[in-house]
Design a protein around this ligand. Structure first.
Ligand code: CTP
Length: 397
């Protein structure tokens, strides 16, 4: 699993740094390529000579070494993953707040690869609100954290704070790379965001969808190795790198974009809040204010999910969403059947923390085999992980 994987190991100032010699040995034995960056404080706990011998690479710690500049940007781009072990609370605070005062922090800030942090510190520091806050911040950046273990600490106390053992870190890395391959080369279509149905050149009928949920699903599929096409309605959200994005405005444009890629798609996830109705006529000029009551004639849009359900072939998986306010379970099950979907993700506007524009969601997933999974309220990124896990499970079943 780790063969030829490029691992950039960042070592920071903690007594647990002595364990990195064993960790590097395990990584090299597993076939990984290892480059190491140390903070100045880490040099007090383990020798660069030991680590360069074990990793078969020069260990870097200064931005300018031997009159030459260490290219921190290229280090972050070289790596498949940046592993920070041990992570001290001092460096954690710098990572959380963008402080860049040594080679390690410069590499961290410029790294485009995934980051996995393995904290190590004394129990009281571990439980301090500031540490918890900083951990939450880096997790919010998308960094993964391997939790500390309980046991004997350098202070002589026993408690939480020990760095995870090298064998545990190795297992987590293997799981990480396995996860990255689960959707390798699979072609995935995700729709996201609202659609805007024009009334005239300046007005439209739209909805409050932000696109966050669909974008998080697209990003999660990409993380697992998929080739992702994101068909996105009007949304101001930032789009992660590496997705093929087709921007659309109306339900009709979204339908056409889906039709252009669906034939070559393995998995389609329809998370967009598509308008159900669109104006019969779009005024060419701005509609002027006149009568007290103003009516607009609307016609049904094409139901994209339903249409894809009628043309999907053996082996293609189709996932839809159901946003409900009443009789949620029955409505979701009805959509699952009527749209010939393989699974439906239900979110109810009656659940606090669920719905359109917030950063959290609460979902239930129903699948065509009668499966029903209830999930707690979580961040949309975590919800995307649950949805993609369920899709993978069903796809390979
Ligand atoms: N959907 C779609 N095309 C449409 C309308 C909806 O592809 N024109 C998809 C959505 O992306 C979602 C699912 O159908 O995956 C359910 O959408 P939802 O708005 O909850 O339900 P509707 O089918 O529109 O029915 P209703 O509005 O009556 O609940």
């Amino acid at each position: 699993m780790l063969k030829n994987k490029k691992i950039l190991l960042g070592i920071t100032g903690s007594i647990a740094a002595y364990k990195t010699a064993a960790l590097v040995r395990l990584l090299i034995k597993a076939g990984a390529e290892v480059k190491i960056v140390m903070t100045p404080a880490a040099m007090n706990f383990v020798s660069a000579l030991t680590l360069s011998t074990l990793s078969k690479n020069q260990v870097l710690s200064d931005l300018a070494e031997n009159n030459s500049w260490s290219n921190h940007v290229m280090l972050g781009r070289w790596a498949d993953v940046m592993l920070v072990a041990p992570l001290s609370c001092n460096t954690l605070a710098k990572m959380a707040h963008g402080i860049c005062d040594n080679l390690f922090t410069a590499v961290y800030l410029s790294a485009t690869c995934p980051v996995i942090a393995v904290p190590a510190m004394d129990e009281d520091m571990w439980h301090h609100a500031s540490t918890k806050n900083n951990l939450q911040i880096i997790q919010g950046f998308g960094n993964a954290v391997i939790p500390v273990e309980n046991g004997e600490l350098a202070s002589g106390l026993t408690g939480d704070g020990r760095m995870a053992e090298p064998e545990t870190i190795l297992k987590r890395l293997e799981a990480f790379f396995f996860g990255q391959n689960q959707l390798l080369e699979k072609k995935i279509l995700v729709t996201a965001g609202p659609t805007y149905e024009a009334l005239d050149p300046v007005r439209f009928i739209g909805n409050h969808s932000s696109g966050k949920m669909g974008i998080a699903i697209a990003a999660e599929c990409k993380k697992r190795g998929a080739v992702v096409t994101l068909i996105l309605g009007p949304s101001g959200e930032e789009i992660p790198a590496g997705l093929q994005v087709i921007r659309v405005k109306s339900a009709e444009e979204m339908f056409n974009a889906c039709m252009s890629v669906f034939d070559h798609t393995d998995i389609a996830v329809m998370s967009a809040a598509v308008a159900d109705y669109t104006p019969v006529n779009i005024a060419t000029d701005k509609i002027k204010k006149s009568e007290d009551i103003f009516s607009v004639e609307l016609k049904k849009t094409k139901d994209i999910l339903k249409h894809l359900g009628t043309i999907k072939k053996e082996g293609q998986l189709l996932a839809g969403f159901a946003l409900e306010t009443t009789d949620e379970r029955n409505n979701a099950l009805k959509k699952l059947a009527e749209k010939n979907a393989d699974l439906i993700v239900l979110n109810s506007l009656n659940d606090s923390g669920a719905g359109f524009s917030g950063d959290t969601n609460k979902i239930t997933i129903f699948d065509k085999n009668g499966g029903e999974q209830h999930f707690d309220t979580k961040s949309k990124k975590e919800v995307a992980v649950d949805i993609v896990n369920t899709i993978i499970h069903l796809y390979y079943a």
